[in-house]
Design a binder for this molecule. Structure first.
Ligand SMILES: C[S@@+](CC[C@H](N)C(=O)[O-])C[C@H]1O[C@@H](n2cnc3c(N)ncnc32)[C@H](O)[C@@H]1O
Length: 262
């Protein structure tokens, strides 16, 4: 879209985003309650409905994570990545703050006995210890959660992951890292002054404005005293198709694999 035309989107964006509940957890529960369809051609912005993106992480997952430990998918949403992870670890455990997301994840998991889902606010003090007491040392997978949290909650989440990984586990995180402004972002995802695609409209009208998460944001959340970075770099996140039917949108992302120090 020509650079000035995107500003015509502003009135719709302001109107839609004025509906977002102030409490983030309430917003997430409301959002999941409005989702009618997941997977390809569905409503969930970050769901391309295939395993292409997961397959691109597999080599890094396999060289950095201990395959004998359980994996916890933090902020699992409707559990599509939890189910993919289950093929590579003895147990896969999806946790999410929104009961509606967890209910949906359970409904969609009809055939994998090693997969479980639970409602949990992973930023609350003690959440990591609680899971560690039950599961022991775990690998942690996080996709698209840090960038939707405020800076204080990012620190709280990272602090909870330390007891959860224990000595043997690792954190594998993948986050959106689009560095332009919000109008550039939504224009790139197919919004025009005439039409905003449904997955984007549901997100703008239901969710807190997302941030971005790259090396600097990772360093602010995972301090050097507690964590060491084993790998990091750029990745591509596949999202719902909104500009061309059948072709997932591609969003610039950042991945990092972290190990506890000491
Ligand atoms: C962008 S979605 C990503 C979902 C999933 N990881 C995926 O990639 O399909 C972010 C998810 O984080 C969850 N979430 C947000 N804050 C959370 C918190 N404090 N604790 C646990 N989950 C949270 C939301 O409910 C939502 O399902």
């Amino acid at each position: 879209m020509p650079s000035l035309k995107k500003y015509l989107l502003l009135p719709s964006i302001i109107r839609l985003s004025s509906r977002v509940p102030r409490n983030r957890n309430t917003a997430w529960e409301g959002y999941w309650g409005r989702i009618q369809k997941t997977g390809s051609g569905g409503d969930v912005l970050w769901d391309a409905g295939n395993d292409h993106e997961f397959a691109s992480y597999l080599p890094a997952l396999q060289r950095t994570l201990n395959p004998d430990l359980p994996v916890v998918d933090v902020g699992c949403g409707h559990g599509s990545f939890t189910r993919l992870l289950a093929g590579h670890f003895p147990r896969a455990f999806g946790v999410d703050v929104a009961p509606g997301a967890v209910a949906r994840a359970r409904d969609q998991n009809t055939d994998l006995p090693s997969v479980e889902f639970r409602t949990l606010d992973c930023t609350v003090a003690g959440a990591g210890e609680l899971l560690a007491t039950e599961l022991g040392d775990c690998n942690v997978f996080v996709r698209g959660v840090f960038h939707v949290l405020d800076p204080g909650a990012r620190i709280a989440l990272a602090a909870n992951l330390l007891p959860l990984v224990g000595r043997q586990g690792r954190v594998f995180l993948v986050e959106t890292n689009f560095r332009g402004n919000a109008l550039d972002y939504i224009s790139r995802l197919g919004a025009s002054p005439r039409k905003i695609p449904r997955p984007l409209k549901l997100a703008i009208s239901g969710l807190p404005k997302p941030g971005h998460f790259g090396p600097l944001e990772r360093l602010a959340a995972f301090d050097d005293d507690g964590w060491t970075v084993l790998e990091d770099g750029a990745v591509t996140i596949d999202a719902a198709d909104m500009t061309t039917k059948g072709q997932p949108e591609q969003i610039p992302g950042y991945y990092a694999v972290l190990a506890p120090r000491g």
